[in-house]
Design a protein around this ligand. Structure first.
Ligand SMILES: *[C@@H]1O[C@H](CO)[C@@H](O)[C@H](O)[C@H]1NC(C)=O
Ligand SMILES: *[C@@H]1O[C@H](CO)[C@@H](O)[C@H](O)[C@H]1NC(C)=O
Ligand SMILES: *[C@@H]1O[C@H](CO)[C@@H](O)[C@H](O)[C@H]1NC(C)=O
Ligand SMILES: *[C@@H]1O[C@H](CO)[C@@H](O)[C@H](O)[C@H]1NC(C)=O
Length: 293
């Protein structure tokens, strides 16, 4: 890690936090032609390519056999992310970032992958523009590529036992498609739930808007800001190996944001409490850590 402006330790801890594995089982698929009909009951319409799924043993070695059945797709709201950092100057929101961004796609229940599959700039060159907009690094200490590389190493390599994910390019391509599909901003907006410095929202109302799209197992996460307010910052959705929404496979249910990683330099998110309304702050590029003051 070649951090320039933040101590390596802090940036490492922050990175660990962002990459923390939470995960379970999983899935499947695809090919360049990925069309996701991710409605909870749309699995049938999905994967023509499912039949092409192979397991890792054919691809590389047994250590990488798919042990997972579900994936967790995690999107973060930049307007809340920066509030989670202990040292606010470590946060930045690039000018072209105005929407929900990708945090990661994690095989569920897998604690760590391996460094056995290095990733290079050239692997995702063709996706660079979209990744830069939809998968930015919000830490000043970490370049976007470092973030992608860390996610690939920590989660992508574990997902690669499924043919549709078996290269950095495919993995990131799928993530971008999922991001396109999961248009949280628009869904919430249609229900009158928009970023605001004043308005408070309840888990139950946000959840009822998201459930038809993300399934019942989605999780709405908050951080607690310096004034003790609950602030929306992340949404997690479970997907099957087919990339259909909702994954009921039982297994390791440790989906905590810090699963597998040590204490970081900032509080980790938590499920927004059901009895405490939370804020959905706007994105403030000038003062990302104080969007409303
Ligand atoms: C926050 O980080 C900046 C830059 O790394 C550093 O100069 C500053 O002292 C830090 N502030 C706190 C409160 O740790
Ligand atoms: C994936 O899709 C195929 C074909 O639609 C289906 O037969 C299979 O049960 C699905 N698998 C999962 C884990 O949902
Ligand atoms: C987020 O993206 C959606 C479309 O994907 C768009 O309709 C919406 O206006 C965007 N939100 C912001 C704050 O730009
Ligand atoms: C980038 O995103 C746009 C719209 O979100 C999409 O139309 C385009 O195909 C994407 N490009 C790549 C290379 O994925």
């Amino acid at each position: 890690m070649q951090s320039d402006d933040v101590t390596a330790a802090q940036s490492k801890a922050a990175a660990d936090r962002e990459m923390s594995c939470s995960v379970l089982p999983m899935l499947v698929i695809l090919s360049p032609a990925l069309f996701f009909l991710l409605m909870p009951d749309a699995s049938v319409a999905l994967w023509e390519d499912y039949k092409h799924v192979r397991h890792s043993s054919e691809l590389y070695d047994n250590k990488h056999e798919c042990t997972w059945k579900c994936l967790v797709f995690v999107l973060q709201w930049p307007g809340g992310f920066c509030l989670s950092l202990y040292n606010e100057t470590h946060c930045k929101i690039p000018p072209d970032v105005n929407n929900w961004t990708i945090h990661g796609l994690w095989p569920l229940g897998v604690q760590s992958c391996c460094s056995c599959w290095p990733m290079f700039h050239s692997d995702v060159q063709e996706l660079k523009e979209n990744l830069t907009e939809y998968w930015p690094s919000l830490l000043t200490s970490r370049s976007p590529f470092q973030f992608w590389k860390e996610e690939w190493k920590k989660h992508g390599v574990c997902a690669a036992c499924v043919e549709g994910f078996n290269s950095p390019l495919k993995y990131f391509q799928i993530c971008l498609k999922l991001r396109q599909h999961f248009d949280i901003y628009t869904w919430l907006e249609a229900a009158g739930i928009t970023p605001s410095c004043q308005q408070l929202y309840k888990v139950v109302e946000v959840s009822s808007v998201l459930a038809p799209h993300l399934g019942d197992k989605h999780e709405i996460q908050c951080v607690t800001d310096h004034k003790g307010r609950e602030v929306l910052f992340q949404v997690k959705a479970r997907l099957t190996q087919n990339l259909t929404v909702g994954c009921n496979h039982h297994g390791n249910t440790n989906t905590g944001p810090a699963a597998g990683s040590g204490p970081g330099p900032h509080p980790t998110g938590h499920p927004c409490p059901s009895d405490v309304p939370f804020y959905f702050f706007p994105i403030n590029h000038q003062q990302p850590w104080r969007p409303c003051s």
